[in-house]
Design a protein around this ligand. Structure first.
Ligand code: PLP
Length: 368
């Protein structure tokens, strides 16, 4: 393989990507190459990643627990803080048990390991996150893809496998378009079709209060690096599933545990997530405001949701790049997504607790 040729192919296809060096992030502002923008790219939806550090409190954690155990959880890295934090999660969410992983990506790779070599058919939404797609593949599971949010087709697909064990897998809030799964409909389908389990990836939903209930879901995975503003992942499940994970999940068995600082931050931010619900309330207000302005500008759209993720799709790269560049000249940073992340070039906009209505107006004014 010629590395240069491979790179050139990516450039010709307009799918070449580069790492930007971020110099600073402060509330809604981000500084890249000495230029400061209003940041519409962060998943720190509630601003919890920017909570100030209480150095005394953190120092006490280091004195009590040490800094880093440099071992996987199964060997000698299972700090007692893990147990405290996992208990805390179970007190907030309707699951018997849970296990923290090193990332949301790992959580989705880990969970499918428990189904490996079992007779199971996975039913996966066409727009599920890459970590779900990779997890299914790595565990060698058979799958049926249903069109995005098309639960009539899913219903029909499920009915073709009456005697098999079935697993429905969906994101709750879809990471690129901000569309939302109908969890009520999915729990109903699960009950209608015998031997069916439901797994939800709640990476972009955790802490935002956009669903009334998470009852009747068998397995809930999430990233802790979105609204919670930390690093890590979690699998909420039964105690039996947790034990299976400890025995079978390769990302948990074969990777070192998180350092103490990380566990401290998860515990602290979880506390703020639940004690400062005004953050999520403000975000929902901003999302409504965006939707009202978007409806006025572009007309109604059935898939516009209250999630903080918004998007605008383009026919081709050139149109998307033009608007992306125009936003940059107006000191606005959005995410430019293209294949293979999405099928059609698009700008993804994520709203955060730090934005205000004027920021949203500025953004929409700069759009076509
Ligand atoms: C839906 C979804 N699941 C999982 C992940 C992976 O989470 P993490 O970034 O913690 O690895 C992401 C990250 O973008 C995501 O959007």
């Amino acid at each position: 393989m010629n590395f240069e040729t491979r790179l050139n192919t990516l450039k010709q296809r307009k799918t070449f990507r580069q790492l930007n060096t971020v110099e600073h992030v402060s509330k809604k502002h981000i500084t890249i190459n000495e230029k400061t923008y209003i940041n519409f790219t962060s998943n720190d939806y509630l601003g919890l990643a920017q909570l100030p550090i209480n150095t005394n409190q953190l120092g006490n954690y280091f004195v009590d627990y040490g800094i880093n155990y440099a071992s996987s959880r199964l060997v000698s890295g299972n700090a007692s803080l893990y147990q405290d934090v996992e208990r805390l999660f179970c007190s907030h969410y309707p699951f018997e048990d849970c296990i923290i992983t090193n990332s949301g990506y790992d959580a989705n790779l880990a969970i499918f390991n428990i189904f490996k070599d079992q007779k199971i058919m996975v039913f996966s939404d066409a727009r599920n996150h890459a970590s779900i797609i990779d997890g299914i593949k790595l565990s060698g599971l058979s799958k049926q893809i249903y069109p995005h949010l098309d639960y009539d087709t899913l219903d029909e697909q499920l009915s073709h496998y009456p005697n098999s064990t079935k697993l429905i897998v969906t994101d709750s809030i879809f990471s690129t378009h901000g569309t939302m799964a109908d969890l009520q409909r999915l729990t109903t389908l699960k009950k209608q079709h015998p031997n069916t389990h439901l797994m939800v990836d709640h990476a972009h939903g955790l802490g935002l209060g956009l669903y009334d209930t998470l009852e009747d879901i068998d397995i809930l995975t999430a990233s802790l690096s979105k609204a919670l503003g930390t690093q890590g992942g979690i699998i909420l499940c039964s105690n039996t599933v947790k034990q299976l994970l400890v025995n079978l999940a390769r990302p948990i068995i074969y990777s070192s545990a998180l350092p103490i600082f990380n566990l401290y931050q998860i515990e602290r931010n979880l506390h703020y997530l639940h004690s400062q619900s005004y953050r999520a309330t403000k975000l929902i207000q901003l999302s409504k405001h965006f939707n009202n302005l978007a409806e006025f500008k572009w007309g109604s759209h059935s898939r516009r949701t209250l999630s903080p993720i918004k998007y605008i799709e383009f026919e081709d790269f050139k149109a998307a790049e033009t608007i992306y560049e125009r936003l940059l000249t107006q000191n606005i940073l959005a995410s430019y997504f293209r294949y293979p992340t999405v099928e059609q070039p698009m700008l993804r906009i994520s709203l955060s607790y730090f934005h205000n209505e004027t920021d949203i107006q500025l953004l929409l004014n700069a759009m076509p």
